[in-house]
Design a protein. Structure first.
Lengths: 345, 586
């Protein structure tokens, strides 16, 4: 291996690592606040990328239908409850968010052909179609079980993951898609080409991480989420509704997932089921951080990206085996160093 | 006998199956049987033991690939490869179990997902295992010259294994080792305090589940006579767990129901969904995903309990177990120093819960530890019983330091305890709960239990439990579910459980809380009798009448420190004690 290949692989690794880091952050966030191990995180990556690809191909992405169906379900579930309790003033925001906006998006797609939109608008529409799925899924699948054990929530996660994979196949077909690069700029670094897209991914990830930092440190909602993560009961007594915290962090996780998908869509071909492995690699990073520490999780994810990239060069067929076997020494190390605290049923 | 009728009908129908059903149904039933074997293992692992695995398909794969490779490449007999497959599976399961089972909660399922993926890619990329195309030409299994070539021939073998697995599992759960496994769900603290080696119990159920999966894989390979990586993927591993959850994760028959339901439903959906949706693909996973979420939301125990309500109710066991008494440990003579705590300090971060605490307990005396709420009495208890070891200081039990001992080792030396917050298994009967206390007085393991070789010992353990229940005066509740008793009675059940271990030192954490006057008198009478027999009793209690009428010596704690010690009358007059309880006079 010469320096050129080393740099090229390193570039690849850092790019993927940046994405894994974003996902790892989202996973840590969701787990800390809701105790949900968010296996479907990866599906948001695939949905984000494939929705953008569908828009660019001039098709109506199937995510619209899912958004409409889930939105209507949420509106029905919560609407009936609000009517019964006589809280009529809460009805309009519920309907606007869950039915109005999805209908508007769907209508807009039929009126304005998405291919005519500029790239940034296509990205915005994709996000608008995918991100609301996060809180809706939380409301429909997780919220009724919010007090269940971590294991029950994990089985729900796996079930949601399977359902979303099946729907992904239905919406986008079995063929993969790759979107055109956001930028054609290319530099040269020590004889190896450095793609503008790579820089874009790293810069965007870094900006997003900094943005999240400010959200958690400086805003009321961010602080509310941190409070819930530290002590659910305490946060509840201080007037932070657990359902709000859950929906908020699922929105963030969905946004991070969809955005990551849009970022990597020009670099790798994304299939309907690609998200799972991408999300799991974020997971390996998150587990290195013990599902608790954000910076260690991000570092772990970057390490996973690099390891994947170099092992794909040496033993490409065993790339996945190597990455997922990495988790075993990590678990061993964690099991020897962490003091296990018993979880009461 | 009426209870056995549905089972007899089920077995008769199974036996008649191949004579009546078309080839297609037989194939389907064969697959249901194969899946049910794996799902039964998951019932033990997840439903009973509370450990979740998504990676069972990988163990199926190990069983299948071991026999596929050895029979085709080396011509080894399938019966030999069955045991080799089991050995390989056991080795892998022990290794993975050692790494992940030590950790609580979610690390095990996450680990199972990771190895599920790794092994799948390994099967698909290793050249001598045929890569993604797999291995063909696996020979059929033959028994005394009879070659089981068709699905019809194989049917009986598969369902025999299913029934044997269920029988063995039911036997196991109804035994000493089974109670230890069921105690895992009640929390490791109680189980360890009763002398159960919880890491070992976890490894045992993990191993059993993996071995059942491996047997299913061996059967699969010789039924199909061809293997490739697909049926051992993570998706299949998830499906196994779904089968168990849908059927009813706490019931062995739920595994069969779930396997049947999901297999038939999948077949049906695979026929219909592509026609409805106009494209081909495995869309049934959408339905499964949604169905599992709904089941967890609406009927968390799965579908088997629904069917159970239609069957005749189980006749409750009423006969009090009778058997010769168990051997007792030699009791130390009255006055022997049992427990000596010296300078015990316990810190939680910056908080000092116990500071330089010292106390002794002798055989044949009741020592009471009293003090206002938050004085650190329960912390002291946890230090002594090694549930949560002390930060500093020396604790000696029967003259030997307990510093390096785990809670279960201390239990085995003759110290037993109850808990301030009752730790019983509410679904189990009082008798079974109390029998957990006798865990260390038996020795028969999982294999003996599965084969019913443990009955003599089991009977003696249960008889001992029954004697202790009668001794504490709860004989009429012996066969009731422990959770149905009043809280005060549950505390008494805990005392019976502690007595069942034949202790020489008994630690009681607020035993009289929640008892009525007469019950308190009965409890005091029981404790006096135990003291008369030479037992040492360390008591934490808030009821002063109860304590002062019973204790030989009293230690008073406040803010983690000892403020007084002596006979009850002397302590009651101590100004420091009066100040602690009534507030100082300024």
């Amino acid at each position: 291996m010469d320096l050129q290949i080393l740099l090229l692989l390193g570039q690849d690794g850092v790019t993927n690592g940046a994405i894994y880091a974003l996902l790892a952050l989202a996973l840590v966030l969701v787990f800390a606040v809701t105790r949900v191990i968010f296996i479907p995180q990866g599906e948001f990556v695939a949905y984000g990328a494939l929705t953008l690809a569908a828009l660019q191909a001039g098709k109506v992405p199937g995510t619209v239908w899912l958004l409409l169906a889930l939105g209507t379900t949420v509106a029905l579930l919560d609407g009936v409850r609000l009517l019964r309790e006589g809280r009529f003033r809460k009805l309009p925001p519920l309907l606007i968010f869950n039915v109005g906006i999805p209908l508007l998006c769907a209508g807009g797609l039929f009126v304005v052909p998405p291919t005519q939109l500029p790239l940034w608008a296509q990205v915005a529409v994709s996000m608008l179609l995918v991100v609301p799925l996060g809180p809706m899924i939380y409301r429909v699948a997780y919220q009724p079980l919010a007090s269940a054990s971590v294991l029950v929530l994990l089985i729900v996660s796996v079930a949601v993951h399977l359902a979303l994979i099946g729907l992904g196949l239905l919406f986008f077909g079995a063929e993969g898609s790759r979107t055109p690069a956001f930028t054609e700029i290319s530099f040269e670094l020590a004889g190896a080409p450095l793609q503008g897209q790579t820089i874009l991914v790293i810069v965007a990830s870094a900006l997003l991480i900094i943005g999240l930092y400010f959200f958690f440190e400086r805003t009321l909602y961010g602080k509310a989420l941190r409070a819930t993560a530290m002590n659910r009961t305490g946060a509840r007594l201080m007037g932070i509704p657990p359902a709000l915290a859950g929906q908020l962090c699922f929105t963030l996780a969905a946004a991070i997932g969809a955005f990551s998908g849009i970022l990597i869509a020009p670099i790798t071909t994304i299939y309907y089921d690609s998200g799972f492995l991408i999300g799991l690699k974020g997971f390996v990073g998150a587990i290195i951080g013990g599902l608790a520490s954000y910076p260690v999780a991000a570092l772990g994810a970057a390490l996973v990206g690099l390891l994947e990239s170099y092992s794909s060069f040496y033993a490409s067929a065993f790339k996945e085996v190597i990455v997922f076997t990495l988790i075993i020494p990590v678990l061993l190390w964690r099991s020897l160093t962490t003091k296990h605290v018993e979880e009461e049923e | 006998m009426r209870r056995q009728l549905p089972l007899a009908v089920f077995i008769a129908l199974l036996a008649a199956g191949p004579l009546l059903l078309p080839e297609f149904s037989i194939t389907l039933l064969n697959y249901i049987g194969l899946y049910a074997i794996v799902a039964v293992g998951l019932v033990l692992l997840t439903g009973v033991g509370g450990l979740t695995s998504f990676g069972q398909a990988a163990f199926v794969g190990i069983g299948a690939y071991t026999t596929a490779w050895m029979t085709t490449a080396h011509g080894v007999s399938p019966w030999l490869t069955l045991s080799i497959g089991l050995v390989v599976t056991a080795a892998v399961a022990l290794f993975l179990g050692f790494i992940t089972l030590r950790m609580g909660g979610h690390y095990l399922p996450l680990g199972t997902i990771a190895w599920g993926i790794s092994l799948y890619f390994l099967f698909g990329n290793v050249e001598f295992l045929g890569g993604h195309t797999g291995i063909t030409g696996i020979p059929p299994v033959s028994l005394f010259g009879w070659e089981m070539k068709s699905g019809r021939d194989f049917y009986y073998l598969i369902w025999l294994v299913v029934l044997l697995a269920i029988l063995a599992l039911r036997n196991l759960l109804d035994s000493r080792e089974g109670r230890a496994i069921r105690a895992l769900k009640g929390g490791a603290v109680m189980a360890e305090a009763m002398g159960i080696n919880t890491p070992r119990a976890k490894i045992v159920i993990f191993l059993i589940a993996a071995l059942l999966a491996s047997i299913s894989g061996w059967l699969y390979a010789h039924l199909q006579r061809f293997v490739n990586p697909t049926p051992f993927s993570l998706t299949q591993g998830i499906e196994y767990l779904f089968m168990a959850v849908v059927g009813g994760i706490g019931h062995v028959w739920g595994a069969v129901l779930g396997a049947g339901l999901i297999t038939v439903l999948k077949q049906w959906l695979q026929d219909w969904l592509p026609q409805i949706l106009g494209q081909s693909g495995n869309f049934e996973i959408i339905v499964f995903g949604v169905a599992v979420v709904l089941i967890l939301q609406k009927a968390r125990d799965g579908l088997w309990p629904v069917i159970l309500r239609l069957l005749p109710a189980p006749s409750r066991q009423r006969a009090v177990p009778q058997a010769p008494a168990l051997d007792r440990r030699p009791a130390p003579p009255a006055g022997t120093l049992l427990l000596e705590a010296n300078g015990v300090t316990k810190r939680f971060g910056g908080l000092v819960a116990n500071n330089n605490m010292s106390l002794t307990v002798r055989a044949g005396e009741v020592m009471a530890l009293i003090g206002p709420n938050g004085a650190g009495k329960s912390t002291m208890f946890n230090c002594i019983s090694a549930v949560d070891p002390a930060s500093e200081g020396k604790i000696a039990f029967l003259g030997a330091s307990t510093a390096s001992l785990a809670a279960r080792d201390i239990a085995s030396r003759g110290m037993s305890r109850t808990f301030q917050h009752v730790r019983l298994l509410g679904q189990m009967s009082v008798l079974e709960n109390v029998a957990i206390g006798a865990h260390l007085r038996g020795s028969r393991g999982a294999l003996a239990a599965a084969l019913r070789l443990d009955r003599a010992e089991e009977q003696r353990l249960l008889a001992e439990a029954a004697r202790q229940i009668e001794r504490v005066g709860l004989a009429e509740h012996m066969f009731d579910a422990a959770g149905s008793l009043a809280l005060g009675q549950q505390r008494i059940v805990e005392i019976a459980r502690a007595l069942c271990s034949d202790p020489c030192l008994l630690l009681l954490d607020e035993p009289a809380a929640g008892l009525r006057y007469r019950e308190k008198q009965a409890l005091a009478e029981l404790l006096r009798r135990l003291r008369g027999e030479g037992m040492g009793i360390l008591l934490v209690e808030h009821d002063m009448d109860f304590v002062m009428g019973l204790a030989d010596r009293v230690v008073v704690m406040e803010f983690g420190e000892k403020i007084a010690e002596g006979a009850p009358e002397a302590v009651q007059r101590d100004p420091k004690v009066l100040e602690a309880y009534l507030g100082g006079v300024e």
